[in-house]
Design a protein around this ligand. Sequence first.
Ligand code: ADP
Ligand code: GLC
Length: 483
Amino acid sequence: MRLLFVTSEIFPLIKTGGLADVSGALPAALCNAGLDIQVLLPAYRGILAQCDSPRLLGSLQAFHDLRCDLYQTTLPGTVIPLLLIDCPALYDRDGGPYHHPLHGEWQDNPLRFGLLSKVAAMLSVPNSLQHWQPELVHCNDWQSGLTPYYLRQLSSPAKSVFSIHNLAFQGNFHADWRHQLMLSEQDFQPAGYEFYGHLSFMKAGLYYADALSTVSPTYAKEIQTEQFGFGFQGLLQHRAHDLTGILNGIDTQVWDPATDPYLPVHYSAHSLANKPLVKQALQAELHLQQQATSPLLGVVSRLTHQKGLDMLVDIAHEVLASGCQLAVLGSGEPALEQQYLALMRQYPGQVAVTIGYNEPLSHRIMAGTDIFVMPSRFEPCGLNQMYGLRYGTIPLVANTGGLADSVQGGVVAADGTLAETMTGLVMPENNPSTLLVTLKQAMLIYANSGQWQQLQKQAMQQDVSWETSAEHYFQLYQNLIDI
Ligand code: ADP
Ligand code: GLC
């Protein structure tokens, strides 16, 4: 089965969030399952230099006035074939994949990701660059949302899967862009790529793809409701029979407390003895007091409304009064960043806040804290709670999306026995007082070291690998090809 996997970010080359982790790990799992796979990515600044001897395949005329070169290489550290779209006018610049270093989103994002979408489709019909053509094209989020449309425009025989990683980011742009992107006028309508008067990349993906998937079964249901559908609930209800939820896995090699190169010492489910040493080292690194017995709460996150971390600020004084420590790493909304920085000033030695993006520190927080807090308002899947499970850092999560599907809550019986299925704590409702109550429950279990260790072991034994989920994707692809 030949598959082209289209993405706008991929670990370890370029990452802003979970999509990069998924793009870095799922193709490898699919490859192991026997698929013949190529991954397509824009060659942002510095990417070609990070890859092993990229080979120029040739150039493509994607739009009237836009040519690009295509390079073939492999994803660093793997044998996964990687195709890179080189178009310096669009991709060779400082800043992030979606944002200017200072001034918000890139103004030409429609063209930058229109190109990604179009090249994917051009590689899926006979072309001068490659003999290899995919039978399936797997698109991810709005950045490749136009691919299913272009596949039809070019009469490609390839089938398309469009995966929703986050419905909140939709790629809606001024309708005038349709001319430059060579989208037909007659499809600019509700039964097409139009969404409330805009050209919508997300809408095109949802409307034209042969199959839709999202990153957890619960989110697949939630997005068909007004509360979580961001205006697409009607279309998603209409396409419900084409929509599947497949829970993400994690890269269990990159995220392994027994070998993680970012940790000072290592541990595993069989021997947790070194975990307190990682905590001690983290406390020293972050200038927190060396308190072995106070529960250390961890947060690694985008600081946005989605993640619900304003609720933790709301209850911070009560939580900190109970003796907890808090280690936060993240960036996002300036007001929330400021609130966390203010907490650190108010509680020196008890609260550590690092604003920014820091991969090594994220691993140390994941390993060195006791409880990982994720009170998300919505969470398509979420990966950090799974990293928490793998590192014996107990996730405390909201009851939504992939959080609900990956963390098993539970109770401690009156006689002190802990449910054998329990791997974390799940908030029954999503508000600050429930977060406080749930945190207090976590602290009670933490205070009983026997119970806590049992919980840690149960968490660490949960299967969070890609294996099962890759099989589900395999099945989804197979069904499409068989149609
Ligand atoms: P989302 O993609 O919605 O941000 P996920 O939980 O799926 O949420 O994935 C987030 C990924 O980004 C995780 O790998 C997490 O460790 C990482 N991450 C988020 N913020 C930071 C940060 N400030 N520094 C380092 N890694 C971060
Ligand atoms: C998005 C979602 C997150 C998910 C990730 C990878 O960024 O917000 O919940 O884990 O995509 O699928």
